[in-house]
Design a protein around this ligand. Structure first.
Ligand code: NOJ
Ligand code: CA
Length: 574
């Protein structure tokens, strides 16, 4: 049942991280045929769309977010015909397919960058610092003359993965050339120059290539990073009074022109194709600019993801998100996990000494800011993750589920250093643990050493033995499991008119007056349905629920003598 004009205004989207979902040929790495074999899991779960993290040809130095060929599938994942079959199978199951696109940078193995390296710049001391080198193939990238006669980086922009954003290229003799290319992420991910018309038209072609195959939309990687401030002004630390638009490579106004061009392409299709922006932009009003009618359809809600386990903070984030998006008439989205952040069960877990864990910074550096080695109470963390996903699934708009979130999986820390693959780990000398801990292959059943991820003995990252009780098969047989909780919630969400997507012209959510650590709101009744009340107890004490409401969904033992116990969410018919 669709209650809004467009499917993407109220969809539940399931993120598949292809390396770690299912491995069909036993080489230890997940692949497209593996995903294909597990489509029934997605259909039974009841999701509306799948978002696939990058499947393109890549040296995999950032797990595929370093693309060497945008129009083919990496051989470790399969080939174009496997991909086409996957789209067909998903569509037959009524599931849409979104894929990732990475326009901010290519891989250093992309033909364009190889061509550029084959045109080495000349080390000319007369050239002033920060001069752009735009000869031939370098015009597609940002190559700048360094300072102090080329020996020092052009500026002090920090890279997201540690160190500075500049790497010096050799001259024709293999000596340092004094010219440096820009890489906001790893040095294997050189940034493209989006003021170059050739770059723009090439990407419009990439979009059409996949749209023509039947892809329903794209998740756009680093959608706030493509435009760089003119003159490459130096980095200034954000301050409380100026928290936004200060970093010369994030959220620069000209980026919006690119999205308007892309939207035109999406609109040429029937049905129109859609975009979701990965944009880490604050405040909500600035984030909403990406979601104007002629730009991107939706964007991730990172303030929601990074909010701590705190009722007041969460209510504020929900209000600000709804308000920001209403300004431009865009649906709000909700997300608690993805392949870049700690699993919710671990994030929400209080420390063993009883203290609450700090909230996450809105960046990728989370392993640095949170102390991973401190013992945590995971049992409470898992309870909270379950409560969190229940609340998320009742909010107006689109919700994202990251593979394994439906199983209540926790972050894995016991990964040997030599197996860690995230460049953030190596680039920071291990100070930043990186993101491998949320990328551990999924446990399906107990039929093999790898819990059914493949039929071999190994997977690219080891799975903790304790996951034997958390497999899909084990959880299906347990009525009270996280998997069954999420499945039932998705069924109810589809069938209860009040939980429909946004209406934009009326009120979608009314707060109840409650103590600060209770998050309680009503989704008003719509056509022939009842109003639904959602109550989440983020406090320590039990909370007396309003009399007369009928229980629709809850975790096990959530209600004792009419009171909602701590760390639980219930859906009630109001
Ligand atoms: C954001 C992606 O989600 C992340 O995994 C990747 O490393 C960076 N963008 C760089 O592409
Ligand atoms: Ca494989």
């Amino acid at each position: 049942m669709q209650r809004t004009q467009h499917w993407w205004q109220e969809a539940v989207v399931y993120q598949v991280y292809p390396r770690s979902f299912a491995d069909s040929n036993g080489d230890g790495i997940g692949d497209i045929k593996g995903i294909q074999s597990r489509v029934p899991h997605l259909a039974d779960l009841g999701v509306d769309a799948l978002w696939l993290s990058p499947h393109y040809v890549s040296p995999m130095l950032d797990a595929g977010y370093d693309v060497a060929d945008y129009r083919d599938v990496d051989p470790i994942f399969g080939n174009l015909s496997d991909f086409q079959e996957l789209i067909n199978t998903l569509h037959e199951a009524g599931i849409k397919m979104l894929v990732d696109i990475v326009p901010n940078h290519t891989s250093w193995e992309h033909a364009w960058f190889k061509e550029a390296l084959a045109h080495p710049p000349i080390n000319d001391p007369a050239v002033p610092a920060l001069t752009r080198y735009t000869e031939g193939p370098w015009a597609r990238y940002h190559l700048l003359r360094g300072r102090e006669n080329g020996t020092v980086e052009p500026n002090q922009w920090p890279s997201v993965f540690g160190g500075l954003t500049w790497h010096q290229v050799p001259d024709a003799a293999g000596e340092p050339s004094g010219w440096w290319y820009l890489h906001i992420f790893d040095k294997s991910q050189p940034d493209l120059d989006w003021t170059n018309p050739e770059v723009r038209s090439e990407f419009l072609g990439h979009l059409k290539f996949w749209f023509d195959m039947g892809v329903d939309g794209f998740r756009i990687d680093v959608a706030h990073g493509l435009a760089k401030a003119e003159g490459y002004p130096d980095f200034t630390q954000p301050t409380a009074s100026d928290p936004t638009n200060h970093v010369a490579y994030w959220d620069q106004d000209p980026v919006h022109e690119i999205w308007r061009e892309w939207r035109e392409v999406a609109e040429q299709y029937d049905p129109p194709r859609v975009f979701v922006a990965e944009a880490w932009v604050n405040p909500a009003e600035r984030n909403a600019l990406y979601l104007r009618h002629d730009e991107l359809h939706t964007g991730f809600n990172f303030p929601y993801l990074t909010a701590a386990w705190n009722g007041k903070a969460l209510r504020r984030v929900i209000d600000e998100s709804l308000h920001g998006n209403y300004l431009v008439g865009a649906p709000t989205t909700w997300v608690l996990e993805n392949h870049d952040v700690w699993r919710a069960a671990t994030r929400y877990a209080p420390l063993a000494n009883g203290e609450e864990a700090a909230s996450l910074d809105a960046n990728l550096d989370i392993s640095k800011s949170a102390n991973w080695s401190e013992p945590r109470n995971l049992e409470i963390g898992v309870h909270r993750a379950r409560a969190g996903i229940m609340t998320m699934l009742a909010l107006p708009g689109t919700a994202y589920i990251y593979q394994g979130q439906e199983l209540g999986l926790e972050e894995v820390f016991d990964i040997p250093d030599e197996l860690r693959q995230d460049p953030a780990f190596a680039n920071t000398g291990g100070e930043n643990l990186g993101r491998d801990g949320c990328r551990v292959p999924l446990p399906w059943d107990n039929t093999s050493e790898t819990f059914g991820f493949n039929s071999a003995e190994k997977s690219w990252l080891p799975q903790p033995r304790r996951w034997a009780s958390k497999t899909v098969a084990a959880q299906l047989g347990d009525e009270t499991s996280c998997l069954n909780l999420v499945r039932n919630a998705l069924k109810l969400r589809k069938n209860l008119p009040a939980l429909g997507g946004i209406s934009l012209d009326s009120v979608d959510l009314i707060w109840d007056e409650t103590p600060a650590d209770i998050v309680s709101f009503v989704r008003p009744a719509r056509k022939d349905g009842h109003a639904i009340r959602i109550v989440m107890n983020m406090g320590k004490a039990s909370y007396a629920l309003p009399a007369g409401d009928v229980l629709l969904a809850s975790s096990e033992d959530a209600i004792v003598a009419g009171e909602l116990t701590a760390n639980n969410t219930v859906w009630l018919q109001a």
